[in-house]
Design a protein around this ligand. Structure first.
Ligand code: PMP
Length: 360
């Protein structure tokens, strides 16, 4: 790399996103996208916004969107911080809230791998805490026995890629044991059956919740995510954001996201469909001999006692089915499989049966 770059940049290993292939008839169950697509009202709102307002700059405070999110969660709009997907919101959080010199950020050893990338990017020391034997987060590890002054704590709930969720009492225990540092709960998948920590915000002023429109609202392409926290924390994030990019959300994204929040009936129906299909997929995989972790997300995390994860994902890919495999310690046996439609899940299971028949 050019001599202009510091070692810090030269040694930065960027986050590797799930593959977005261009091949037709590939079954894509690797990036936890929603199979149904967004509400038709979203498309109408986007068309109207594009027709009326593209020549103008967007509302740089995303006022109507923040008000709609706040109304849904019983908050004040000043407690909502939107961004271009939750990845961008997380970047502002790492940049603004977790840079505390030598103090480490605590996180599970198995969680969303972007967190480690952000630690490297923003020079934040990170201390990973092993998940329990059953891959759940052991609450006592975060309430005692860690360095007296961490920079903060972050985990996903449900955790990714395990799909296992913590209950609210556990999250409250972690937040109240660390009252002086931010505890960030990444709820990208919360709508598929876990409880949101929004209910704790009033009691625990150090909790920061991050959600996205990419999963349960089926709008990954629109890039809308947001944080919810105390007004004081959001004010700080706004300062970080304004120094970085003061027009985070374009007009079309704001209009589409607001319309998605308005169509509650569509949202409920799409979410129920995923939860029902997840139970079906879990059962089918168990019948094929997989151990499937109990998921509250729109994906399942599963391993087979006789088939190595990497080999299995390659065999699936060769037959046109994409799933996610992580070559990481502790989880290299596992596959993370997005819950698609019922017929997509049937195709996945039939393909797995075919592979197993061939290898026996
Ligand atoms: N958090 C978690 C746990 C995720 O899995 C993802 C999606 N890869 C994100 C955040 C980011 O989602 P988005 O930027 O699309 O909102």
């Amino acid at each position: 790399m050019s001599r202009f770059w510091s070692d810090h940049v030269v040694n930065l290993a960027p986050y590797t996103p799930g593959e977005q292939p261009k091949i037709a008839d590939l079954l894509k169950l690797n990036t936890n996208e929603h199979p149904m697509g967004p509400s038709p009202l979203v498309l109408e709102a986007i068309r109207a916004a594009a027709t009326d307002s593209l020549r103008r700059y967007p509302d740089n405070e995303s006022t109507a969107l923040r008000e709609a999110i706040a109304a849904l969660h019983g908050l004040d709009a000043r407690q909502v911080f939107p961004g271009n997907g939750s990845d961008e919101v997380l970047a502002h959080i790492f940049n603004g809230l977790f840079r505390r010199g030598d103090r480490p950020l605590l996180m599970p050893d198995v969680t969303y791998s972007f967190y480690r990338t952000y630690c490297r990017l923003y020079d934040i020391p990170c201390r990973t805490i092993p998940l329990a034997e059953d891959f759940s987060i052991r609450v006592s590890d975060y309430t005692a026995g860690h360095p007296a002054q961490p920079a903060g704590i972050i985990f996903s709930n449900p955790n990714a890629p395990t799909g296992i969720a913590l209950g609210l009492a556990d999250i409250e225990a972690i937040a109240s044991a660390n009252p002086d540092v931010p505890v960030v709960v990444d709820e990208a998948y919360v709508d598929f059956g876990a409880d949101s920590a929004v209910a704790l915000l009033e009691r625990c002023g150090n909790i920061v919740i991050v959600q996205t429109f990419s999963k349960s609202r089926s709008l990954a392409g629109l890039r809308v995510g947001f944080a919810m926290a105390s007004q004081e924390i959001v004010d700080g994030l706004v300062r970080v954001k304004d120094s970085f990019n003061s027009y985070p959300l374009d007009t079309v994204a704001q209009a589409g996201a607001i319309a998605a929040l308005r169509d509650q009936a569509y949202f409920d129906q799409a979410r129920e469909a995923i939860i029902e299909t997840r139970e079906y997929l879990t059962q089918q995989l168990a019948t094929l001999g997989f151990e499937v972790l109990p998921s509250r997300a729109n994906f399942v995390f599963a391993r087979h006692p006789e088939h190595e994860g990497g080999a299995l994902s390659r065999a699936l890919r060769a037959r046109g089915v994409l799933v996610r495999h992580f070559s990481l310690p502790r989880i290299e046996d596992f596959l993370r499989i997005t819950v698609g439609t019922r017929s997509e899940c049937e195709r996945l299971c039939n393909t797995l049966s075919e592979i197993f028949l061939k290898t026996h």
